[in-house]
Design a protein around this ligand. Structure first.
Ligand code: ATP
Length: 247
């Protein structure tokens, strides 16, 4: 469902991604874990066709991001923390509008909104203008908007940051339900507990390099540490020592 091979990207002299290779399958929540500046957002922007890589290839839902960007865009949903809702529109109007952009008829849009209402509990948002939404209500409409066209792949970039406990719970439950339906969710975060809770496997990135791709138990076993947080710090420490030895 997702193939990334030897992906590299620099901003001027700064190397944001270096030779990143991994794949992820339908029916899994795949974590991207890394400290600030590790390259997670850069990677997701390339996968979402918003940024060009310098070298390497990426295939999303069987389509190359460079050669078939339109098909890739139709195959993905993206939630990146930006809310950007039209204040004057109700939740239903926002969702119908985006459904229209994806070519859904009014009847298809309304059927999809009903399905999303059942999984996300959109009550209170559908017939209220966005100007009156709480943060949790906004987030639900942002997620519903991202998947209005029922994409097989969903990218979440720090999507839980700033959410209260209820809204965060709703997001994580939605992620798990989306996976159960056989979709791929790529979940980027620096919050270990979110990875432990929802991710089947995770890629650990640091300074643009992939340190490992494994299940959480696999990462713990690799490092001999009892928690993901400690395993993560251990990996960063080992990498820093390797860098020091090379310098
Ligand atoms: N447009 C840009 N121009 C120059 N440098 C950039 C640009 N975008 C990102 N960077 C740098 O590339 C590195 C990777 O950034 P990126 O946003 O991909 O990391 P991240 O893992 O998502 O981190 P964060 O969690 O802080 O968002 C950072 O050091 C960042 O400063």
């Amino acid at each position: 469902m997702l193939q990334v091979e030897e992906l590299s990207k620099s901003y001027g002299k700064f190397r944001a991604l270096h030779g990143v290779t991994f794949s992820a399958q339908a029916g899994e929540v795949f974590g991207l874990l890394g400290p600030n500046g590790a390259g997670k957002t850069t990677l997701l922007r390339i996968l979402a066709t918003l940024l060009h890589a310098d070298s390497g290839t990426c295939t999303v839902a069987g389509h190359d991001v460079e050669r078939e960007p339109e098909v890739v865009r139709r195959s993905i949903g993206v939630v990146n923390g930006g809310m950007g809702l039209y204040d004057r529109l109700t939740g239903r109007e926002i969702l119908r509008y985006f459904a229209g952009l994806y070519g859904l008829s009014r009847a298809q849009a309304d059927a999809r909104i009903e399905t999303l209402d059942a999984s996300l509990d959109l009550s209170g948002t559908l017939d209220t203008r966005a100007a009156g939404f709480s943060t949790g209500m906004k987030q639900k409409i942002v997620i519903a908007r991202a998947v209005i066209h029922d994409p097989p792949v969903l990218f979440l970039d720090e999507a839980a940051s700033g959410l209260d406990v209820m809204a965060r719970r709703a997001l994580l439950d939605f992620v798990l339900a989306y996976r159960r339906e056989g979709r791929l969710v790529v979940y980027s975060t620096h919050v270990m507990s979110e990875v432990e809770e929802v991710c089947d496997r995770a890629a650990v990135l640091e300074r643009g390099e992939l340190l490992t791709v494994d299940t959480v138990p696999g990462i713990l076993a690799q490092t001999g540490e009892p928690s993901l947080e400690r395993a993560f710090f251990r990996m960063l420490q080992v990498r820093a020592e390797q860098r020091g030895a090379r310098a």
